[in-house]
Design a protein around this ligand. Structure first.
Ligand code: NAD
Length: 875
């Protein structure tokens, strides 16, 4: 069986918003708005057809054995060299053996499909075993032109062979005409285009159907034997009409990718074929046709082997990895359609010595360094002496390819003085995994994207162009691995061990999956009992969650112990320590319900709920807390409930247990403070078996546990500095609940306790939730209670109004509360940012502060008590 054995794609990361073309050129060419949808792909300044072809070829070679290749066919109409074999440069960049046939295919838009056809026929004849076909184009057009909108830059690659065929080649049919919808004279930069209507009606609409029908006749098939029709045509409506002419359902036509990247010249039929293969299932029958001075049509049947193909970026990965720009001037500069001053540094000589390039071709074009045979240390460049100071072996280096080795940024800089088409010039040291470093240029990134440790990958790019001699220099540069920067910024739990009780279902399961996916090692505890805690329990829920975490690439162990006994709690933590060696995170989540109105609340139902919720948290947290103290790190989450915080009919047992957990947190936050143990409480709202008969169905459907997860995960993270707080979370809403103390009132005096009547008389002042404070602990609460309320009637409360706070009152309060004794001998500056009318930035500078005079030794020249008048203050 002969056919395609692998495929690859490359679309440059930059995309130009087509509206930006219209916005800049629409005044001159208003009609271009008709095709100004979506974006077109756009080469970076250091990309051309050759670099894109190499990128697509590398994507195609993922998981393939390059040493079995005996041909490389490269197709383009925009080769950088008219007489230097471009396929030869690509073969060196890909480090292919020299015993291959390298050939360029060019001069027609169907050069890509013709190269594929030639490769298939060559392998079919038994002449060659495996041929890599790669096609790329970077076509230039004048600004403000339809074709500037229609065209895109890109590349695709197909590996052709006789083993592990993913799409079997069944046959082809070609028609050739000297039909000239456009041409490019050999010395010209731009195509000369003939009228579009004629191109459409006489070209696409007639020649593609002729080739496809010829193919079907030859293979004795009908259009019903085709599942996917792949052919380029940048006229949107005609693209579908051609299918109709062929009698095919328009749904079978592969989209022309106008809105995603534009038409990529000779690469386009292969790029669309790569996309069709990406979506194909075994048995799918595909016809691909390349149009240009005739048409070549090929028929393939997808095989089972497609399901075993190694993952690759492909068309979807390339399309997803994008940066869209509306900077049309940048587009013009990158295409050399404008020529801004580059400074005299840009005039430095750029001539390449062909002798050196030949001698060092593997290093320069192939990024080949060395690896020491003695100590296995890789190094770049390859040298006579091993770089390892403990080895230092001579002439011990074997060739070692660095192009596919993962790397990370070790140092970086953005140089505004160096010559750069896209300043600042970004470069730095990269460290390869397993050893080897090099100074590399960074491309396809902004300076702000770079950071030490950022994962990078190597790409083959233009380094400098010697315009005087028409030579392009290529070398390897580093680009950030797509998505790696975002991954680095992610909150992770690598190395942390989390114990989650009741993690076999509902909220606990969702917490476990999130922490597991983000690197935590998870103990999935769940008894697997009934909703009310009855029943013998089951291992199945915890086991299933462990399987789910492992499927996400995480590590987890299942534990089926009941949290409601002291021994159970101890055994859970021992299990965690035995399994993973430490405990960093505990989420006390296990829960049951036994609802009854209070009089019917028998002791066993009261007790059962207390046992799981309150005692369960005590039993598990106590041994965990001891382990956390040892490590100097801990994150504990208690689970309360709105029923406890605010009350709920029929849940006295549950409300009492849930509120008791807040009390447990309040003290534990104090005991854990010294050891970086943060203790917080979540009051979740989520659909689960506990809430299925409580929540209204429409809310139940929306209240997924995943909406609570981020808050709990944050409270468990190293990044969380909060301790002792309660958070409500559900359906994407989050707020903090707190126990607040009002300003209250002092009634009576130290000698005379107030009477019951005094309480009644002062009820409003005592009961008012005004001037509230959140108190840190029992001492703060005691001090607050016995600190006399302000007596000066003149001291107005600095209460905010719609117009903003009362500024005078703010400073009056400061005068009253400022402790001159504490500040004696120093100068004090208060800075205020006050919103509202009369607000702004205020600086109060207090100097010459002396201790208050003792009653026995009155001080002379004592400054007057602090008093503020707003106009005298500095603003
Ligand atoms: P759920 O029933 O889906 O999950 C609770 C899990 O705890 C179950 O898998 C159960 O097997 C397990 N469990 C029960 N007793 C256990 C024990 N003794 N030992 C070990 N595991 C035990 O319920 P859920 O809604 O996910 O509840 C999780 C927590 O959130 C509970 O503490 C609950 O009180 C609390 N809560 C939930 C909501 C909500 O809206 N779902 C609201 C407020 C509070």
């Amino acid at each position: 069986m002969v056919g395609i054995t692998s495929y690859g794609a490359y679309i440059p990361r930059l995309r130009l918003d087509r509206m930006a073309i219209f916005q800049h050129m629409g005044w001159f060419a208003p009609a271009i708005v008709m095709v100004a949808q979506g974006e077109r792909s756009m080469c970076n300044w250091d990309e051309d057809a050759l670099t894109m072809a190499v990128a697509a070829a590398r994507d195609c070679l993922v998981g393939q054995n390059k040493s079995t290749l005996d041909g490389l066919y490269l197709a383009s109409t925009t080769f950088p060299f008219a007489d230097r074999q471009n396929a030869g440069i690509a073969a060196t960049a890909l480090n292919l053996t020299s015993s291959i046939l390298a050939a360029d295919f060019t001069a027609s838009q169907k050069a890509g499909t013709n190269a594929l056809l030639a490769a298939l026929e060559s392998v079919k004849s038994g002449d060659r075993r495996n041929i890599l076909v790669t096609a790329a184009d970077k076509r230039e057009t004048k600004p403000g032109y339809f074709y500037e909108m229609w065209f895109g830059d890109g590349a695709a690659a197909m590996l052709v062979g006789g083993e592990d065929v993913i799409a079997e080649y069944k046959g082809s049919h070609s028609v050739s005409y000297d039909f000239v919808p456009h041409y490019r004279g050999s010395e010209k930069q731009y195509d000369y285009m003939w009228e579009e209507r004629w191109t459409r009606d006489e070209g696409y609409a007639k020649i593609i159907p002729e080739a496809v029908n010829g193919l079907l006749d030859k293979l004795e098939l009908t259009i019903a034997d085709v599942d996917r029709l792949v052919y380029p045509c940048f006229f949107k409506a005609e693209h579908k009409n051609i299918a109709r002419k062929l009698g095919a359902d328009p749904e079978k036509v592969m989209g022309n990718m106008h809105e995603e990247c534009g038409e990529t010249g000779v690469a386009h039929p292969l790029l669309m074929l790569a996309r069709a293969l990406e979506e194909a299932r075994p048995g799918d029958r595909i016809v691909v046709a390349g149009f240009g001075q005739g048409c070549s049509a090929l028929y393939f049947v997808v095989t089972e082997a497609i399901e075993k193909l190694a993952p690759r970026s492909g068309v979807s990965g390339s399309l997803a990895n994008k940066e869209t720009t509306d900077n049309y001037a940048k587009w013009l500069k990158f295409r050399e359609l404008i020529d801004p001053e580059m400074g005299i540094r840009a005039e430095a000589p750029t001539q390449t010595a062909m002798t050196t390039l030949w001698r060092k071709r593997d290093m320069i074009l192939g990024l080949v360094g060395g690896k020491c045979r003695e100590c296995r240390t890789p190094q770049f460049p390859k040298m006579d002496i091993c770089v390892n100071p403990n080895c230092g072996a001579h002439h011990s280096q074997d060739d070692y390819e660095f192009a596919d080795v993962p790397a990370k940024v070790k140092t970086f800089t953005g140089d505004l003085l160096a010559v750069s088409v896209d300043p600042p010039h970004k470069y730095g040291m990269i460290q390869f995994a397993g050893g080897g470093r090099m100074m590399a240029d960074f491309t396809d990134c902004a300076f702000d994207d770079l950071k030490v440790g950022l994962p990078m990958q190597m790409v083959f790019r233009k380094r400098v162009a010697d315009k005087e001699r028409g030579f392009v220099n290529y070398f390897w540069k580093a680009v950030p691995v797509p998505g790696a920067a975002a991954e680095m910024d992610k909150i992770r739990y690598d190395g942390r061990v989390a114990v989650i009780t009741g993690a076999g279902a509902g909220l606990g399961r969702a917490y476990a999956l999130e922490l597991g996916a983000r690197g935590a090692q998870v103990v999935v505890n769940d008894l697997g009992g009934a909703r009310d805690g009855s029943g013998a329990g089951s291992a199945a829920p915890a086991d299933e969650v462990v399987r789910e975490i492992e499927a996400l690439g995480g590590r987890a162990v299942a534990n089926y112990v009941n949290v409601s006994t002291v021994a159970g709690g101890e055994s859970i933590i021992k299990f965690a320590l035995d399994s993973f060696g430490r405990v960093d995170i505990v989420i006390n989540n296990a829960g049951i319900l036994r609802d009854k109105s209070f009089v019917k609340m028998e002791p066993e139902n009261w007790r059962a709920v207390m046992d799981v919720h309150l005692d369960g948290a005590y039993n598990v947290t106590r041994p965990a807390f001891a382990a956390m103290k040892e490590n100097g790190f801990g994150r504990i989450v208690m689970t309360t409930s709105a029923a406890g915080l605010y009350g709920n009919f029929g849940q006295t047992n549950y409300s009492a247990a849930k509120m008791a957990l807040v009390g447990l947190m309040n003290t534990l936050k104090l005991e854990g403070k010294k050891y970086n143990i943060k203790v917080n409480t979540i009051a979740p709202l989520a659909a689960s078996r506990l809430t299925e008969d409580i929540m209204p169905p429409d809310i139940f459907d929306k209240a997924k546990p995943e909406f609570v997860v981020p808050m709990v995960a944050y409270l468990c993270s190293d990044e969380c500095t909060e301790s002792g707080a309660i958070f409500n979370a559900g359906m994407g809403y989050f707020n903090r609940a707190a126990i607040l103390t009002g300003a209250g009132a002092r009634i009576g005096d130290t000698e005379n306790p107030p009477t019951v009547e005094d309480i009644e008389a002062n009820w409003n002042a005592i009961n008012a939730i005004v001037g509230t404070k959140e108190l840190a602990d029992v001492n703060a609460a005691f001090m607050d209670l016995i600190t006399p309320a302000p007596e000066e009637p003149a001291a107005k409360e600095a209460t905010p109004t719609a117009a903003g706070p009362d500024i005078q009152a703010i400073f009056d309060n400061l005068a009253r509360t400022f402790k001159t004794d504490a500040a004696a001998g120093v100068n004090v500056v208060f800075q205020f940012e006050i919103p509202g009318k009369g607000g702004g930035e205020w600086n109060c500078i207090i100097t010459r502060i002396r201790p208050a005079p003792s009653p026995k030794e009155p001080m002379k020249n004592q400054p007057a008590p602090l008093k503020w008048r707003i106009p005298t203050l500095q603003t």
